[in-house]
Design a protein around this ligand. Structure first.
Ligand SMILES: N[C@@H](CCC(=O)N[C@@H](CS)C(=O)NCC(=O)O)C(=O)O
Length: 201
């Protein structure tokens, strides 16, 4: 199994989950910040040039959440996904899709248009509308978390890898709100040994 990875990107979610699952894997670094994703060899794996991409069993799997869903199910015995017949499955799917479909685009737009793009290409109106969307995301995540330690309840799962990484990204973009429950949830997630291992490069 080979993960195409760049630290501090969405492939870090997969790296973190692989560490939590304790699954042996090879890491191929693709410096997307230096344009390595655009090389023709890499575009054969991911035509968009994005990380992550996971090579496994003769297939290439794209999309960080899809890869996390696949890995957590493949190692269901490790307890990082609810059982297939568990009532928690519905919310599990919700969070695994909600983050990349709704939260990530908001934070990504904020980051690009406040930091990464040259000043003349930044769109302040997009930053404002994305901040509004992110505030709704935070409310949905906070309500989903409630008073539980983890997003599905007492047990840490792959959904926490995905949700906490989105919150971490929002903190990096300087838009994480003050909700104490979300903040302590993020701290709790970042203190896991798997988090440290998954972010070590
Ligand atoms: N929806 C995709 C997004 C992947 C993505 O946009 N990756 C970024 C890093 S966070 C990337 O590789 N960007 C390289 C580029 O834009 O050239 C996922 O969740 O895997």
């Amino acid at each position: 199994m080979k993960l195409h990875h760049q630290p501090m990107t969405r492939s870090s979610r997969v790296r973190w989950l692989l560490a939590e699952l304790d699954v042996p894997h090879e890491v191929a670094h693709v410096d997307v910040f230096m344009g390595e994703g655009r090389k023709p060899e890499y575009r054969q794996l991911n035509p968009h040039g994005y990380v992550p991409a996971l090579e496994v069993d003769g297939q290439v799997i794209l999309e960080s959440s899809a890869i996390c869903l696949f890995l957590a199910d493949r190692h269901l015995d490790k307890g990082l996904a609810p059982a297939h017949d568990s009532p928690l499955r519905a919310k599990y799917y919700q969070w695994m899709v909600y983050v990349p479909a709704t939260c990530d685009p908001a934070v990504e737009a904020i980051m690009f248009h406040t930091r990464f793009l040259p000043e003349e290409k930044r769109l302040p109106a997009l930053v404002e509308s994305s901040k509004k969307k992110w505030r709704i995301c935070e409310r949905v995540l906070a309500e989903g978390l409630g008073d539980k330690p983890w997003i599905l309840g007492d047990a840490f799962s792959a959904a926490d890898v995905v949700v906490a990484s989105s919150l971490g990204w929002a903190r990096f973009a300087d838009v994480l709100g003050e909700d104490p429950k979300l903040r302590s949830y993020l701290e709790r997630a970042c203190m896991r040994p798997g988090f440290t291992a998954g972010h070590s490069g």
